[in-house]
Design a protein around this ligand. Structure first.
Ligand code: ADP
Ligand code: MG
Length: 341
């Protein structure tokens, strides 16, 4: 991941300033690093002696997830699969199968714009573990990378004995980066439930999920950021009501190449970084995984198609579009019930 970027603001948690655990009069905040970004767990009802143990459990679980499906770690299970040159089904974890299932489902509904096989293009444009290109990739380079992104080359097999991933082209490269934070967020929520914690807000990078109450018996609130370089400028506030939320934005993670702004979100139909004026897509869904998949998908397809898809799929969506020097927003009917003042 190029920069740590926070497109969502957890209200009342903005005072975070170091990686130590600390208590506030509004509960306990734990935080640390994972997947090239920061995790935060905000809990209301935890006993003091349990805190260090919980922090250890959280970090271990996130490290295991990272070692499973990171493409940045050469030793992760996913990196092994990507390097594997054969076509035999390879065993994968239940977590990875869950991400792939959801990614393929959203991929189908978007006609392939959300595409976890986009890895060769992501790497070509310098957003994977490889270095940024020194020049704009040419047509041939784009065409060869694009030829590896057809979802038909990947198969997920699941039965009572386990789950496997199979490829029929050796050089395909699966990239689960876009849904990893959402998955890890849901996974943290499950850990909280297992620990008997009922009032919590968990977040990994740009994905957040909360349950129960925050301080003073109030519901948790999360804010969508304005799409500017200024941190913590609030665009809108929501109450999640137990749902997951995720924002994808093209305004934080980019670099300049040959005078152009290169975004980390790739349009698989052109093989090039997106180049339209939808700058931020926020989705609220039952799970953070689902929200994290849809936000990227909507960002890829641009404002008008994103609106149509949100209406067709009854998604809770908040879009921010750049119009000249100004920004306009669009809110789907499902999103409106989450908005608060
Ligand atoms: P954001 O940084 O806006 O939160 P994510 O981190 O969720 O977005 O996802 C960005 C990553 O997703 C990229 O760095 C790349 O690895 C991957 N990616 C880029 N384009 C696509 C796409 N069309 N479909 C699936 N994954 C993509
Ligand atoms: Mg996403």
């Amino acid at each position: 991941m190029r920069f740590q970027k926070f497109l969502l603001i957890i209200l009342a948690v903005q005072m975070l300033n170091s990686c130590n655990n600390h208590d506030t009069n509004q509960g306990t905040i734990l935080h640390g690093k994972t997947m090239g970004t920061i995790w935060t767990v905000h809990i209301m009802d935890i006993k003091n002696h349990h805190k260090d143990e919980l922090r250890r459990l959280i970090q271990e679980q996130l490290d295991r997830d990272d070692n499973d499906f990171s493409t940045w770690k050469t030793n992760s299970a996913l990196s092994h699969f990507n390097r594997y040159q054969g076509s035999d089904p390879q065993p994968i974890s239940i977590g990875m199968a869950d991400i792939v299932t959801e990614a393929l489902r959203i991929g189908m509904k978007t006609g392939g714009y959300m595409n976890i096989m986009v890895g060769p293009l992501v790497n070509l444009w310098g957003f994977g573990p490889m270095q940024e290109p020194l020049h704009t990739p040419n047509e041939n380079e784009i065409a060869s990378a694009k030829a590896l992104t057809n979802l038909e080359h990947l198969r997920l097999i699941q039965d009572i004995n386990g789950q496997w991933l199979q490829k029929d082209l050796p050089s395909i490269y699966v990239d689960l980066s876009t849904m990893g934070e959402g998955y890890a967020t849901d996974h943290l929520a499950r850990l909280m439930e297992e620990q008997g914690i009922t009032n919590y807000l968990v977040s990994v990078g740009g994905a957040v999920l909360c349950r129960g109450k925050s301080s003073y018996d109030k519901p948790w609130k999360v804010a969508i950021q304005k799409p500017t370089d200024r941190e913590n400028a609030v665009e809108a506030r929501v109450e999640l009501k137990g749902h997951g939320i995720s924002t994808a934005g093209s305004y934080r993670n980019y670099y300049e190449l040959d005078g152009k702004r290169i975004s980390h979100i790739i349009d698989p139909s052109t093989g090039r970084p997106i180049n339209h004026n939808l700058v931020s897509a926020t989705v609220i869904a039952t799970t953070a995984l689902e929200a994290d998949g849809w936000d990227t998908a909507l960002l890829v397809i641009g404002t008008e198609r994103a609106k149509m898809l949100a209406l067709k799929e009854h998604l809770a969506v908040y879009l921010i579009t750049k119009e000249g020097k100004n920004f306009t927003h669009w809110i789907s009917p499902q999103f409106k019930s989450f908005l608060v003042g």
